[in-house]
Ligand binder design. Structure first.
Ligand code: HEC
Ligand code: HEC
Length: 301
């Protein structure tokens, strides 16, 4: 009875004795396998002086593309940029007027677009009619959409519209199918496939002007939510906007002046007008574009 207990006690005390004491010497290591070599660790400082930037982890070589991140557009079409650029042409490899392409485009359209934009492209899809969307999907028969460049329609499918008012369908729809859908949208619209009808191409400007603002109003899509004739749509009308007093959703009031207009365009969520949804997108605009839009809004009295 005594012996096993004693053995256990001795074992315990010897085993625990191995722990705890600190030492500068490397631990006893029977098969070292290069375990204790000097090495750089990720996310640590470089203490060896090997790398000029003092970081142990190296940045990928310039131009490296991670798997799954290749910008597939380049394989079919150049010059699309992130917003569709000024692209008016279909990629050469796609015969857009081929009946089979349109048939295929129609199938994809009916699957992915019709729920909102409607089977006829009139903006009256079931999701839109249920009224759950903050911003209603536009009709493709609207003159502005008839004038959209194909690159812009492409960008709408790939990136979505206005920060997610319409979501991106890039994950569901491969590049070639996007173009086929566009061919079908053009057929629905009954306009020439490539340039559309009265497409607005805004020439670059070096000074701000109301005229430039008028073009941007259409080209940047402000027209989808702001009217010039006093009608209320998604956003407040611009008719008589300048100088008007506006109640804010957060309480209080503002007078629409230059500074307020600028803030409303650049930081739409800062002051939201009472009675309207917070649906105004943040759009990438240059200083000249913002100033031109302000001049244009001021001219709508
Ligand atoms: C979930 C609903 C929904 C679906 C599905 C949908 N859209 Fe949209 N779409 C919208 C809404 C909402 C807008 C308006 C967004 C805005 O103006 O802020 C819009 C706008 C657009 C525009 C106008 C872009 C612009 O520059 O003004 C195009 C083009 C478009 N959609 C194409 C498509 C195509 C093609 C498909 C199918 C691949 C599709 N949409 C699927 C809701 C949808
Ligand atoms: C998807 C719809 C939508 C689009 C597109 C849109 N806006 Fe708006 N905008 C709104 C809504 C909704 C409001 C009101 C709520 C708020 O104040 O954010 C608004 C408010 C504004 C206001 C403040 C107006 C006031 O009476 O107080 C300005 C200025 C404005 N938008 C400028 C623009 C410009 C410039 C563009 C185009 C570059 C644009 N918006 C595009 C929806 C939109």
């Amino acid at each position: 009875m005594r012996a096993p207990l004693l053995i256990a006690l001795v074992l315990c005390s010897t085993l625990t004795a191995c722990r705890g004491g600190e030492s500068d010497k490397p631990p006893v290591h029977f098969i070292p396998n290069m375990d204790t070599q000097e090495k750089g660790k990720a996310y640590r400082r470089d203490t060896t002086g090997l790398f000029a930037d003092g970081r142990m982890m190296r940045a990928p070589v310039e131009g490296t593309v991670a798997i799954g991140h290749l910008d597939e557009d380049d394989t079919l079409h150049e010059g699309l940029g992130t917003d569709g650029g000024t692209t008016q042409k279909f990629p050469v490899s796609i015969a857009f007027d081929d009946a089979a392409v349109k048939e295929h485009g129609k199938l994809r359209y009916d699957i992915y677009c019709a729920t909102c934009h409607g089977v006829l492209g009139d903006g009256k899809g079931p999701t839109a009619l249920k009224g759950g969307l903050m911003v209603p999907p536009p009709s493709f028969h609207d003159p502005r959409l008839k004038g959209l460049l194909v690159g812009k329609i492409y960008a709408a499918i790939k990136n979505g519209v206005n920060n997610g008012n319409m979501p991106s369908y890039a994950a569901q729809i491969p590049v070639e199918d996007r173009w086929k859908i566009i061919a079908y949208v053009r057929q629905l619209q009954g306009v020439p496939p490539e340039s559309g009808e009265g497409a607005v191409v805004v020439p670059a400007a070096t000074v701000a002007s109301a005229e430039h603002g008028a073009l941007l109003y259409k080209a940047k899509g402000c027209v989808a939510c702001h009217t010039l004739d006093g009608t209320r749509t998604v956003g407040p009308t611009w008719k008589g906007a300048f100088g008007r007093k506006e109640a804010l959703a957060s309480g209080g009031e503002v007078t629409v002046d230059d500074a307020y207009l600028k803030e409303s365009i650049l930081k739409p969520m800062e002051k939201v007008v009472a009675g309207y949804p917070p649906a105004m997108p943040t759009l990438p605009l240059t200083d000249i574009e913002v100033d031109s839009l302000i001049l244009f809004i001021k001219a709508q009295q």
